[in-house]
Design a protein around this ligand. Structure first.
Ligand code: GLN
Length: 477
């Protein structure tokens, strides 16, 4: 079997009985065993259990009980709770934590027949851009093993790019789906905030976190979105379908494009982004020049808000309620201090310290309030923009994948997120699509839509991929 069959193709093979679910799962388990020592994209896989589920799926397939994902193996980012399975967020503090329930999106996938393939590696607590902060070691980019896959959903992106799983879930707080998708040459979709439940997804920054997918094609992202989405009373920010009826966009679309976004980028990247624009123009869409919000100001707002929310969310990891506890300790104070000092890695500590400082009165400045004002400005600007255009086209990342250990300064690393964070600040849907290669390394372009226009973004992405073949290029391992 070809290692890079899309979900749509696999469903066809299964329905026509050209392959069984057992054979399919064996195929991916075999590839994981063969290649993942080099890539390190998975942190846990239980082959026997996968095969037991595949057997049940085969019975369903034989009886003609075919649901959307029956027999399809799907990797879950280690940020999602899967009942009875380790859910570590790739942190030592949760190394021994076993999830007592399924996250809603995990439940939705398994109710649609999807088979849980294993947990993928990620930056610790989803904080990162390179997947180097994982307690399970860095993930390597399948296109060049000396390079990073991006982060924080680097394990999911690398697993799909390497043909170790046809589909993987991810989470995107400031770009963690779209950025690794760009670095690994796969399709990364981050839906509108609220359309996929956050219940059972370990929180980083709750007002920004959003689940989504890494897939080989935009069509697969659409299939997964259909399965995973829906109102969930267990998530207070989940959105009910009746609240977001919108007229679907009509062809041809008006697409906003900002030349100033490309100003400080290498000419190779500009060439790829312009080629993507040309493709969409050939499809009949119209482009207009737009001004977007200052990327660096959006970045400042993002890092203040996300660190502040993380400081509050991660206070629960105290050695009492979840995960590991430092031992022996003399006092309760020492227990908190030791547990957190030993359990969290450097990047998480850095952000928790910064976040706590931003939230404290002692700082004298009201950082969080100012950051929220900036966030409101970015939001208003996008609202205005979408009165004028249907979609905005933007780069996904300012460069292709960088080398492991190449970025030493964390603020340099943070600047890599400047094209993705504005989308999270506004809760918009956006997709990153492979749109070219630079010295053999993939690069992505983003399509950003107005809130609740997820289907329109996906439709445009599908038609983009009908005219391009970058998503059909795969690395050799
Ligand atoms: N790279 C960003 C950060 O480190 C985004 C992370 C994310 O989306 N989870 O905060």
């Amino acid at each position: 079997m070809d290692s890079f069959q899309s979900l749509t193709q696999l469903r066809n093979l299964l329905e026509r009985k050209q392959i069984s679910a057992t054979e399919l799962c064996e195929f991916y388990l075999d590839r994981i065993a063969r290649y993942d020592q080099r890539v390190n994209s998975f942190v846990s896989v239980e082959p026997d259990e996968v095969l037991a589920h595949a057997k049940m799926a085969d019975q369903d397939l034989r009886k003609g009980n075919c649901k959307e994902l029956t027999g399809i193996p799907i990797a879950q980012k280690d940020v999602f709770c899967v009942r009875g399975k380790p859910t570590s967020c790739c942190s030592n503090i949760l190394r021994s934590f076993i999830a007592p329930y399924d996250a809603t999106i995990v439940k939705n996938i398994s109710q649609a027949g999807g088979i849980y393939l294993g947990k993928t590696n990620m930056d610790e607590f989803a904080m990162g851009t390179s997947n180097q902060t994982s307690a399970w070691g860095p993930v390597r980019n399948p296109w060049d093993l000396d390079r990073v896959p991006g982060g924080s959903s680097g394990g999911s992106a690398a697993a799909v790019a390497a043909g170790l799983s046809p589909v993987a879930t991810g989470s995107d707080t400031g770009g963690s789906i779209r950025q690794p998708a760009s670095f690994c040459g796969v399709t990364g979709f981050k839906p509108t905030y609220g359309r996929l439940s956050r219940y059972g997804m370990v929180a980083f920054a709750s007002s920004l976190d959003q689940a989504g997918t890494l897939t080989l094609t935009a069509q697969d992202a659409a299939t997964m979105f259909d399965v995973m989405q829906g109102y969930d009373p267990q998530d207070a920010t989940s959105v009910s379908a009746s609240n977001f009826e919108r007229n679907r966009m009509q062809h041809p679309l008006t697409i906003g494009y900002s030349g100033s976004l490309l100003q400080d980028l290498d000419s190779d990247i500009v060439r790829c982004i312009e080629a993507a624009r040309d493709t969409l123009e050939q499809l009949g869409h119209n482009f207009v020049d737009v001004e977007v919000f200052d990327q660096d100001l959006a970045l400042t707002s993002y890092y203040i808000i996300s660190c502040a929310e993380a400081s509050s969310n991660l206070a629960r990891f105290d050695g009492v309620r979840y995960g590991s506890r430092a031992n022996p300790v003399a006092t309760i104070q020492e227990m908190y201090e030791e547990t957190r000092s030993q359990g969290f890695g450097d990047e998480v500590k850095r952000r928790l310290l910064a976040g706590t400082y931003f939230l404290s009165n002692n700082s004298g400045e009201n950082y969080v309030q100012k950051a929220q004002k900036l966030r409101r400005m970015v939001h208003d600007l996008y609202e205005k923009l979408f009165e004028q255009v249907d979609i905005v086209l933007a780069p996904a990342t300012p460069s292709p994948a960088f080398r492991l250990n190449e970025q030493h300064d964390s603020t340099d690393m943070y600047r890599h997120d400047r094209f993705t964070v504005p989308v999270n600040l506004c809760g918009l849907p956006a997709i990153s699509l492979p749109c070219g290669q630079i010295n053999g390394l993939p690069i992505g372009v983003q399509l950003i839509g107005p809130k609740y226009c997820d289907e329109d973004v996906l439709n445009l992405a599908v038609s983009f991929q009908s005219e391009t073949s970058w998503h059909l290029d795969h690395p050799e391992l």
